[in-house]
Design a protein around this ligand. Structure first.
Ligand SMILES: Cc1cc2nc3c(=O)[nH]c(=O)nc-3n(C[C@H](O)[C@H](O)[C@H](O)COP(=O)(O)O)c2cc1C
Length: 354
């Protein structure tokens, strides 16, 4: 890592995690992000969801909650960015502090609770962005307001406003910080949400593919039910996974580990990759999967791909390594494919799950 990048990271890590994040967003908006001018190795290209991704590495939801820095983040060399989670009405989220770094574990615990500026603000940002950039692949991740009683109406409101700007939509039913949200992973509930989002998108004159983002804490029976549902036409793919409410015994930051919230980063890698592999097997590779959880290197991304992912995403890895990580990951991922004799990501997808 270049000296300047190391300095910037150590400066940010001396601040409260949320303050550091706000400063990072501001710096990115002012054009201070790194820019990758390298073109992608053609072997990294992925064609799914009706799009051509020039590389499979994407930004996970939660970093750009209000769709403010899609361009600067794509410029770091990512193949796509996902914004959100966005709720219909703006909401402040939980009281602070609500993001905790666990440096010895290369992990984070957050209990933000969908703090965001709401659909109208995101719509304005996305419309302005689309007026100048049609190429960057942008996924829009939808959530529900904490106090809303009608989840389907919330996801539909998000879809109606944002589908015209989205390359794909995500129904996020797996964040641990909104009471009752994860119960929406129940197949009957989920089917109703997918239908509501589909109908609302159509009403808005758009029909982006709909993905569902699931938790890593689901039991085998739940995974079987969701995989069954995912094989129905309404769901284009699954994102595996969100943060975990589990606290693996391996955690070294035992005091911080006691904080309530979702755990992300390195300790999530193995459990989320296991779930990914299970879902790949259950869906027989018939629907694209996006692998997320604990990725911080090209080798990690490659392991997710071999476990069944067509695309991958990361967030916590960027907190510990900075955005320069992306260029290194692209190079190392191409080297992994080369080493194992694969000529494309598609060939490697699911190699460990068959
Ligand atoms: C601070 C923070 C905020 C997050 N907010 C969201 C969110 O709003 N919606 C969502 O679907 N996932 C959210 N996530 C989960 C990430 O998208 C990702 O699924 C998870 O962190 C695992 O990936 P990672 O280990 O690379 O961070 C958030 C994660 C973090 C660390």
């Amino acid at each position: 890592m270049a000296v300047l990048d190391r300095l910037a990271l150590s400066f940010l890590h001396r601040m409260d995690a949320e303050q550091a994040h706000r400063l990072t967003i501001r710096a990115l908006k002012c054009g201070f992000g790194p820019k990758s001018r390298l073109s992608d190795d053609p072997r990294l290209a992925v064609e799914i969801l009706g799009k051509r991704f020039s590389n499979p590495i994407g930004l996970a939801a939660g970093f750009d909650k209000n769709a403010e820095v899609m361009g600067p983040m794509a410029a770091t060399g990512l193949g796509f960015v996902e914004v959100g989670s966005i709720t219909p009405r703006p909401q402040p989220g939980n009281p602070r502090p609500r993001i905790f770094r666990l440096p010895a574990d290369q992990a984070v615990i957050n209990r933000l609770g969908f703090n965001n500026e709401g659909v109208a603000a995101a719509q304005a940002c996305l419309a302005a962005f689309r007026a100048k950039d049609r190429n960057t692949i942008v996924g829009v991740n939808l959530g529900k307001n904490k106090t809303s009683e009608d989840a389907a109406a919330d996801y539909a409101a998000g879809a109606k406003a944002l589908a015209p700007f989205a390359d794909y939509l995500v129904i996020n039913v797996s964040s641990p910080n909104t009471p009752g949200l994860r119960a929406l992973q129940d197949p009957a509930e989920l089917r109703a949400l997918v239908q509501a989002v589909e109908a609302a998108s159509k009403e808005a004159g758009a029909s982006p593919p709909i993905l569902v983002k699931i938790a890593p804490d689901l039991e085998q029976a739940d995974l079987e039910a969701i995989a069954g549902l995912a094989l129905e036409p309404g769901i284009a793919g699954l994102i595996v996974s969100n943060t975990t409410i589990a606290r693996p015994d391996s955690l070294r930051e035992t005091e911080r580990a006691a904080e309530t919230g979702g755990l992300s980063g390195k300790p999530l890698f193995q459990p989320s990759t296991e779930v990914l592999k299970t879902v790949y097997r259950l869906t027989a590779g018939k629907k694209p999967l996006i692998g997320v959880g604990g990725i911080s290197s090209g080798a990690d991304a490659y392991a997710k791909i071999r476990a069944g992912a067509s695309l991958v995403q990361l967030y916590t890895g960027l907190i510990y390594h900075g955005p320069v990580l992306v260029v290194r990951m692209r190079r190392d991922l191409a080297a992994c494919l080369e080493r194992d004799g694969f000529t494309s990501i598609a060939e490697a997808t699911g190699a460990d799950a068959r």
